[in-house]
Design a binder for this molecule. Structure first.
Ligand code: ATP
Ligand code: MG
Ligand code: MG
Length: 548
């Protein structure tokens, strides 16, 4: 419930500046390049880069690339593109944990020399079992008391690539009975014969997250290392390592609550499986909560920034209603998106008393609240299309749109009345025969008679065919289960309308220009479009279901 500038982390930073503990604030956003960024990351990005902007500091983009088996250049590239798209900039401060591999290694040797680290030959399973539990202390490894010489020799041979994956690890020598399990001789290095996207085959050992992270922070002079709550229990280890090593700075770690959203899973493991398992069409599928998915769907970056500002930064985990994100998207698009006409499920209307071969031009405003957005021209003629849902042959009492004998207004156009329903052999309605009142041009009757509905329409003369993709929640439950996510997938998450029509100006829009299709919602051109095929994504419908 915080406004920007009013959360506990910004309070800490202000106090550190006031007390002159720091003169410049340095934060970092440290993604692991093992997937695309999602809206949860946007919260962390806005927090870290936002703080740097507000306090005239700087924010580094650092790739935490310590696990080469899961990391790829594609992810490194997409992360940079997504941070920029969100409107943030690292100002030349782009770093990689792998830049520090040599320094981290030297410090690991120093820990060995100081009797603070040892090479353990136990298997991964033995290490896990001997770590103990919350109620039971761990057991010392039989290799814990190796001499400094033996440890150094083994560690150097691990580095030289002499041993197989998993044969040995380097562990900090802290306390196997510590109440905090993270302090029970945590693993600092593991053997991994793998190609690294940046260091290639140079290393056969890789540092753990816990060992690499704090030291990287220190090397870069990070003042406030902000991470999510699950790292709170790692903070004593973060501090232990900074304390034992001759690091050039002493960053402090602070934890905040990660973003959770209803109807959404924000776990890179799940998102990766959605892509690999073909449940969605790639990382930028518009149903994905990834930044790339939101962008392709037509969500403006300003809406994402407004959303993360509204949810604020707190220290207690919670789940945010996805309606809040939708509300921010609608607000931004309502303000910025030009209005256009599109008929998603067309029904042909012939206006029988409109002269054959004649047509006329009609002015339509681009934005009702913004005269500067100007106007455009629509064509009107004897044959038009209306929305199939806007006609009912046997309407219930409260149906005010088109029905036999009923009069309605065509937006910017004329009043029309339905005279006849034309059906095919199967009884399907294929066309309506209507009349119009030439005196109602512009939408008002000189005799003052009223109609209860105004409908969108397109002229058959220049309407352009398009495919429209309507998206619904990817998961059908408010709290989908990460462990068994496939069971909670919404089978109706994508609906494709192939026979839609759009006005000519819509065909000219780019995928960076979201539009409102009047009475339908907000739409954007999809990158699947080509010269002879137009595809639009519905970003979001018009109706606001989120209670403010
Ligand atoms: P996942 O747990 O989904 O695999 P991650 O946390 O491992 O994601 P990283 O690439 O390590 O992904 O994340 C980079 C930064 O983004 C970290 O500081 C992390 O705390 C933060 N972050 C990740 N997910 C969220 C979230 N849902 N809300 C806020 N911050 C997040
Ligand atoms: Mg991580
Ligand atoms: Mg994680």
């Amino acid at each position: 419930t915080a406004e920007a500038g009013r959360d506990f982390i910004r309070d800490i930073i202000q106090a550190d500046l006031d007390s002159k503990k720091h003169t410049q604030i340095v934060t970092r956003f440290p993604p692991e390049p093992n997937g695309y960024l999602h809206i949860g990351h946007a919260k962390s990005i806005a927090l870290n880069f936002g703080i740097a902007q507000e306090f005239a500091g700087r924010c580094h983009l650092r790739f935490d690339d310590t696990n080469p088996t899961k990391e790829e250049q594609e992810y490194i590239d997409s992360i940079q593109a997504d941070v920029r798209w969100l409107g943030f900039d690292w100002g030349g401060h782009l770093y990689y944990a792998s830049d520090y591999f040599e320094q981290l290694y030297q410090w690991a040797e120093l820990l060995i020399q100081n009797g603070l680290a040892y090479v353990d030959d136990q298997s991964q399973e033995e290490i896990r079992v001997n770590r103990g539990t919350l109620t039971e202390p761990g057991k010392n490894s039989p290799f814990r008391d190796r001499s400094v010489e033996e440890n150094l020799d083994l560690f150097r041979r691990m580095k030289a690539g002499e041993f197989q994956n998993g044969a040995r690890v380097l562990r900090a020598k802290i306390d196997m009975a510590a109440g905090n399990i993270n302090l029970r001789d945590p693993v600092l290095y593991r053997i991994l014969h793998a190609h690294h996207p940046r260091t290639g085959q140079a290393w056969s050992i890789y540092p753990s997250y816990d060992y690499a992270h704090g030291q990287s922070d220190a090397i870069e002079g990070i003042t406030h290392s902000i991470c999510t709550l699950e790292f709170e229990d790692h903070r004593p280890l973060y501090e232990w390592l900074l304390d034992k090593l001759p690091v050039p700075a002493k960053p402090r770690q602070y934890e905040f609550a990660r973003l959770n959203l209803t109807y959404t899973l924000l776990s890179k493991r799940v998102l990766t499986e959605l892509v690999r398992g073909g449940h969605v069409n790639g990382w930028d599928d518009p149903r994905m909560p990834t930044i790339a998915g939101l962008r392709r769907r037509g969500v403006p970056p300003a809406a994402v920034r407004e959303f993360v500002k509204r949810i604020g930064v707190a220290k207690a985990n919670s789940v945010v209603d996805v309606g809040m994100l939708e509300f921010c998207i609608r607000e931004e698009l309502n303000r910025t998106a030009p209005r256009r006409m599109a008929v998603l499920r067309p029904l042909k209307v012939v206006i029988e008393n409109y002269p054959e071969g004649q047509s006329e031009q009609i002015e339509a405003v681009n934005h009702p609240d913004d005269p500067a957005a100007g106007t455009r021209t629509l064509h009107f003629g004897r044959e038009i299309y209306i929305e199939r849902d806007d006609f009912m042959e046997n309407p219930p009492k409260k149906f005010f749109r088109l029905s036999p004998g009923n009069e309605v207004r065509l937006r910017y156009g004329y009043f029309i009345t339905c005279r006849e329903v034309v059906k095919d052999a199967a009884g399907e309605i294929v066309e309506l025969r209507c009349s119009y009142d030439p005196a109602t041009r512009g939408g008002n009757a000189p005799d003052g008679r009223k109609v209860k509905a105004t409908m969108h329409w397109l002229s058959a003369q220049d309407a352009v065919p398009a495919e429209i993709r309507i998206y619904n929640q990817l998961f059908q439950k408010p709290a989908p289960e990460a462990a068994n996510f496939a069971a909670d997938l919404n089978p109706q998450s994508l609906e494709v309308l192939t026979g839609a029509l759009v006005e000519p100006s819509v065909a000219a829009a780019t995928s960076a220009e979201p539009m409102q299709f009047e009475r339908q919602g907000y739409f954007v051109r999809d990158r699947d479009s080509s010269a002879d095929r137009l595809v639009f994504n519905r970003t979001i419908g018009l109706r606001d279901t989120f209670a403010k």
